[in-house]
Design a protein around this ligand. Structure first.
Ligand SMILES: [Zn+2]
Length: 444
């Protein structure tokens, strides 16, 4: 029963040296690569041209945006890769382009204005501190990604010098844990289990369970956190308390074929929309699974794996009446003088659940913050609905990752926030505290 975080080997070279990007690089002979900016005009990447014409790509924020913005030498990654074409295309005034071409001077590439918010990005980065992990902040009703942090990180300004270290490092600094991390979901997975229970039982409100701190079925015993006996619970309080015994009990009652179908409705075992490279999530129960596996899976352990990005999409759907918006990073493309070339607008990605189901889950997530494991987020000027999680990654019960997913301003959801803190263990560090710092930065 090891819950070791599993990461794909970083195949950076494969991703970034695609034939497409190699072909585009010839455009760099004629165009000075454009800038990448945050939503308020802060420069996140720019090309500095020296007197002798030599160019250097510079990232003023160093490692802060490493995984999202990426890098432009040793191949390409992040938005430097996905926006390569726009950055190397110039929509400068036609006559100016003509004159420069005649004088054999380079034209100036277009700027990419992102949806990113440096204040939130910094708040998330600082809140994680020295811990490894990831934070995703998305606008619920648009899909705009406002912040995406992954730690440990790297400095794209020195990527060439650091390349040998980074590509062989056991810390996987180049991996974007937000989209590529494959983690046991821990108790945030109770969202999916609760949804399945609601789907299978019209009278789900009548669910009752008496928690004595553990549940034993056949040879398997599952304990509640700190061996706490939650006593009498209904579905809502079991969810708010994150009661492992109740959720194992619920798991044993589920139709496993339908359970899997619900997980797959929610993008497990399938491709999902992502601008950046991601790791597909896994849900492995089927009708032949053993009961021990079912009990573990229902409360968030077992063989299930998912990324913080995926969890963000699920929370966004709950916030947004069941529909997840398509996540995006690029708001608009402008020429170097600021004239708009193109603009991206919010679009619906997928309905993950019915409106009724989303409002029921929202109600349970409100209870988590009002009376359950997420009360650290209550009592602020903003409201929050969410779910906490502790995912064990070793047979030593003290070793665990800390999860949080949820959204702010419950009646009219604004920010969806998902956090994972690796090896939070019993250090007092928690994903909830990281989420709170991010929300405070936004609201205060
Ligand atoms: Zn319990």
């Amino acid at each position: 029963m090891g819950y070791i975080v599993y990461f794909n080997v970083v195949k950076s070279k494969e991703i970034v040296n695609s034939p497409y990007n190699v072909r585009l690089d010839s455009m760099a002979d004629r165009v000075v690569r454009g800038k990448i900016l945050d939503s308020k005009g802060e420069i996140l990447a720019e090309t500095q041209v020296a007197e002798d014409g030599s160019e250097r790509r510079y990232y003023p924020y160093g490692d802060l945006y490493a995984h999202v913005i990426g890098y432009d030498s040793m191949g390409k990654a992040g938005l430097e890769s996905t926006e390569n074409f726009n950055l190397l295309t110039s929509h400068a005034f036609f006559l100016e382009q003509l004159v420069k071409t005649v004088k054999e001077e380079k034209n100036i590439g277009d700027n990419v204005i992102t949806t990113l918010d440096t204040e939130l990005q910094k708040a998330a980065y600082d809140a994680l501190g020295y811990y490894n992990g990831a934070v995703v902040v998305m606008e619920a009703n648009t899909g705009k990604i406002l912040a995406m942090v992954s730690k440990p990180t790297f400095n794209p300004n020195s990527i060439k010098k650091d390349w040998d270290y980074l590509t062989s490092s056991a810390n996987s600094e180049l991996l974007n844990r937000a989209t590529q991390g494959a983690y046991a979901p821990g108790s945030v997975f109770k969202i999916i289990t609760a949804l399945e229970y609601i789907r299978e039982n019209n009278a789900y409100d009548n669910y009752g369970y008496h928690c004595t701190s553990e549940i034993t079925h056949e040879d398997t015993t599952i304990h509640c956190a700190r061996n706490y006996a939650h006593g009498d619970e209904d579905l809502k309080s079991a969810f708010a308390n994150s009661c492992n015994a109740a959720f194992s009990d619920i798991g044993l009652s589920l139709n496993l074929t339908k359970y899997r179908a619900t997980a797959e409705d929610l993008l497990f075992n399938s491709k999902m929309y992502s601008v950046l490279p991601y790791t597909q999530s896994k849900f492995q129960l089927d009708k032949k699974s053993e009961t021990s596996e079912v009990m573990m899976t229902a409360m968030g352990q077992g063989k299930t794996q998912m990324s913080p990005y995926h969890m963000t999409l699920i929370s966004a759907a709950i916030a947004n009446g069941g529909v997840a918006m398509e996540p995006y990073f690029v708001d608009e493309i402008v020429n170097y003088t600021g004239t708009r070339v193109s603009k991206n607008y919010p679009s619906k990605y997928k309905r993950l659940m019915s409106t009724q189901e989303s409002s029921q889950l929202k109600d349970y997530m409100v209870a988590v913050v009002e009376e359950g494991t997420g009360t650290a987020l209550s009592g602020e000027s903003y409201t929050v609905a969410g779910k906490t999680g502790t995912a064990e990654y070793s047979s030593d019960k003290e070793k665990s990752h800390s999860w949080f997913t949820g959204f702010s301003n419950v009646d009219n959801p604004e920010l969806v926030v998902t956090v994972i803190v690796e090896s939070a263990d019993n250090s007092g560090m928690s994903a909830v505290s990281v989420a709170k710092k991010v929300l405070n930065a936004y609201y205060y």
